[in-house]
Design a protein around this ligand. Structure first.
Ligand code: AMP
Ligand code: MG
Length: 336
């Protein structure tokens, strides 16, 4: 299974499982007071623990492969964060007895690699706001070759094996390899089960997924899209790339990442979209930006040539693109 990416897939499954179960432990123990990064988004002990663990595992499994990951140790190396760094080190040591503060920072910074012909991309915790609220978050890892995502894996501690929300449940892992489908398995193991998007072609029945955080989307445009499609369902609000897993298993039909009015120049980061997009595509769905362009992962750390994201079950993609044009959500908001 997963040839010719069998060893990569085995590594990715183990890495996201290991990191996600540690994150779950941290979420349960509530040791994670948020601190502020320079961009003011919350970052927690768990983000750093997750990145240190996955980066170290990658260093051992594929020493020549660069890793492009969201965090770096700069914010941790300052005197004000001594306590955070000790908490991070103590969690990492529970799995890696050789860990100390210096090594943990080095492992985190293994994630400061540059995009190359082949590289891995990691969001150690996507949906930090969901994590802090005790809700959805994922550990997202992907492999990019020649600008194309070829493998994606997500550890989803608060989604069950049916990819339904179950906070505090056993959790699940979703994996996709290009040309080989998308699969779900338990966070603690088990035989992978193939997943598939919905076959819903009727826009009136379309179930929309959007960010929980209103400031990450455009709520009034979402409402206009629902009206334009004639959908009878209120949107489902969910943090993180867990939305892609829900779409991939057919529990939603459309996923919109619209441009927020607060940040009209926002550009999507590759670690937020790589794993989720291949999972939806391999489950039979379609992913593009809001203007219908393919996501271009060859542009560095950001999707600079794209605008937001539309992911769908495929059947509803064209009608959703048309709705985006009608409501004017296929371009940057005025004033940018
Ligand atoms: P979600 O949980 O769907 O809100 O997505 C979480 C991801 O959105 C995080 O990785 C954030 O870095 C990213 N993000 C931050 N600001 C914005 C924004 N203005 N628009 C879209 N996504 C954002
Ligand atoms: Mg993220």
């Amino acid at each position: 299974m997963f040839d010719p990416y069998r060893s990569e897939a085995e590594f990715a499954l183990l890495a996201v499982r290991t990191a996600a179960s540690l994150c779950r432990r941290i979420q349960e123990e509530m040791v994670s007071p948020a601190m502020e990064k320079s961009d003011r988004s919350p970052v927690t002990v768990a983000d750093f623990v997750s990145q240190a663990i996955v980066a170290r595992m990658l260093q051992e499994a594929f020493p020549d492969d660069p890793l492009v990951a969201e965090e770096d140790s700069k914010a941790l190396r300052v005197p004000a964060q001594t306590q955070t760094l000790s908490a991070v080190t103590s969690y990492v040591s529970s799995l890696r007895s050789e860990a100390n503060q210096g090594l943990v920072c080095d492992w985190i910074d293994h994630g400061s690699g540059e995009p190359d012909a082949r590289f891995w991309v990691l969001d150690p915790i996507d949906g930090t706001k969901g994590f802090l609220r005790g809700d959805q978050y994922v550990v997202a890892l992907a492999l990019i070759e020649e600008g194309q995502v070829v493998l994606g894996a997500m550890g989803c501690p608060n989604l069950n094996m049916n990819l339904r929300s179950e906070v505090g449940g056993v959790g699940s892992v979703v994996i996709a390899v290009r040309g080989q489908g998308a699969w779900v398995t338990g966070m603690d193991g088990g035989r992978p089960i193939k997943i598939q998007v919905s076959g819903q072609p009727d826009p009136k029945q379309a179930r929309l997924l959007r960010s929980f955080a209103a400031e990450h989307t455009n709520v009034s445009k979402i409402d206009q899209l629902i009206a334009a499609l004639g959908s009878r369902h209120p949107p489902v609000l969910m943090d993180s790339a867990a939305k892609y897993a829900v779409l991939a298993v057919g529990d939603g039909d459309l996923l919109f990442r619209l441009i927020s009015l607060q940040k009209p120049d926002y550009v999507e980061k590759i670690w937020d979209q790589a794993a989720g997009s291949i999972i939806v595509e391999e489950a039979g769905g379609r992913v593009s930006d809001l203007a219908g362009r393919n996501l271009d992962f060859s542009r560095g750390r950001q999707l600079t040539d794209n605008l937001g994201v539309l992911a769908s079950n495929g059947w509803l993609h064209e009608v959703a693109l048309e709705a985006l044009r009608v409501v004017g959500a296929d371009r940057r908001p005025e004033g940018s």
